[in-house]
Design a protein around this ligand. Structure first.
Ligand code: LLP
Length: 423
């Protein structure tokens, strides 16, 4: 995390001492670096400058309106997977003409909303979905711009829960099925076929699967064009991995080279990129305060005030997130294995397991690293815990971009003692 460093024994994000943020907004709290976020967006833009492209930030990774507004200011678009994400993207000022919509289970209402907003491209994932969109488009007299999401059956070598491009996964349709569906779609006046789409998985740390997928897609573009389809957009999804624990993901330039090489000779094609994690993953930390220490048997536990409801990745995927005390540990201090756990009533509630950590006393503050992607966006109210605030650091300043929830937020829409027994 480039924007994170110790200075005078204190941990800073950009030029903001994180203890100051914790003092001002309390803990747990997510703190994003604007410089890191924008730097990653700009880095991608530069890496792909040799080819026509549109960056559609993947809203699901971190969907705060302020972050989305930064995306809008850069003239970039959004990759969405729900009506709620469409609502956020538009509210943040992202142009609907730069919105692409994937997902296997879009409802009629969601298709309608997206159609009426005149989004750029529907990435269709089944014949049933194609049928429903055709129906809605005809009813509303609006032509839908479409692509089919192809499942290339390429192993992304990532965690099975976030692999999407294998034939046993629910995502996309096979190459042969896609060719058939393109044929069907062409006959329908409510469709304008403009592209082809793919997303094979997340947190990929090798280029091979990207390159193999692009070979398949480049062939399909040629074949579809040969059949008279005006394919002008190739949506390559997201998936580029980041470093959490010594992984060595490809750099942005290498990634750009690997995905564009198989396209040599394919003319008049605009790439659509849907990056999420690579943009925001290492742009944020989760701050937490130590509540207690305890030893059970020979296990040392550091109990903090952030739990699996705040950051579920360790519990759900066994994901690694670095832990840094906000006060720099003095040289020579003993580092002993400890698990950093939260207050939630599950043994699966941990942020870090068996890490070599310095002594941490109640009241001490820690930062959980790499928390920007799928951190706050996957947070829940489990155990009736209000969700943490989100804060944006920029230069020496910081601002709350989402308030901490209160108890009233927990019960909004619920009514005690008003059960209508006749229902
Ligand atoms: N496009 C589509 C269609 C996707 O499904 C995804 C992520 C992305 C783009 C962005 O992928 P990225 O660049 O962030 O890898 N919760 C999991 C990750 C789930 C990813 C879901 N789809 C995690 O915490 O690791």
């Amino acid at each position: 995390m480039d924007f994170l460093r110790y200075q005078d024994n204190e941990l800073f994000l950009e030029d903001v001492p994180l203890t100051t943020v914790a003092g001002a907004v309390g803990t747990p709290a997510y703190v994003y670096s604007m410089g890191a976020f924008i730097g990653c967006l700009t880095g991608l833009e530069q890496a792909f400058q040799g080819i026509r492209h549109l960056i559609c930030y993947s809203v699901k990774a971190a969907s705060n309106l302020t972050l989305l507004s930064l995306v809008a200011e850069k003239g970039m678009g959004a990759d969405i997977v729900s009506g709620g994400e469409l609502f956020r993207a538009l509210k943040a000022g992202i142009s609907p003409r730069r919105v692409v919509y994937s997902g296997v289970g879009k409802t009629r209402a969601e298709l309608l909303e997206a159609l009426e907003a005149e989004i750029f491209m529907f990435n269709l994932e089944s014949e049933d979905e194609m049928g429903l969109l055709a129906e809605v488009a005809r009813e509303r007299d609006i032509v839908a711009q479409i692509a089919f999401r192809v499942n290339p059956d390429v192993d992304p070598h990532t965690h099975p829960y976030v692999a999407t491009g294998l034939k046993e996964n629910k995502f996309g349709v096979s190459r042969d099925e896609a060719l058939r569906l393109y044929g069907e779609a062409k006959k329908n006046p409510w469709f304008k076929v403009i592209g082809i789409d793919c997303h094979i998985g997340s947190q990929l740390t090798e280029l091979g699967p990207f390159a193999d997928t692009m070979e398949i897609l480049a062939d399909m573009v040629r074949e579809l064009r040969g059949q008279g389809h005006a394919i002008r957009y190739l949506d390559i999804g997201g998936g580029l991995g980041i470093r959490y624990d010594g992984e060595e993901p490809p750099g942005l330039q290498e990634y750009a080279q690997a995905v564009t090489k198989p396209l040599a000779g394919v003319k008049d094609l605009t790439l659509i990129l849907e990056p999420g994690r690579a943009v925001v993953g290492n742009s944020a930390v989760l701050l937490a305060r130590v509540l207690y220490n305890k030893v059970n048997g020979d296990k040392r536990f550091v109990i903090v005030d952030a739990g699996m409801n705040d950051l579920i990745r360790p519990s759900l995927y066994g994901a690694y997130h670095g832990i840094m005390p906000l006060e720099e540990p003095k040289g020579g201090i003993p580092l002993d294995p400890a698990s950093v756990v939260g207050p939630v009533c599950e043994s699966g509630d941990f942020l870090a397991k068996d890490r070599r950590l310095p002594p941490l006393a109640p009241g001490d503050l820690i930062a959980v690293l790499g928390a920007g992607a799928y951190g706050f966006s996957m947070a829940s109210n489990y155990n009736s815990r209000p969700r943490a605030p989100e804060v944006l650091a920029y230069g020496a300043a910081f601002q709350v971009i989402r308030e901490r929830e209160g108890y009233d937020d927990l019960v909004r829409g619920e009514y005690p003692g008003q059960l209508n027994k006749t229902l």
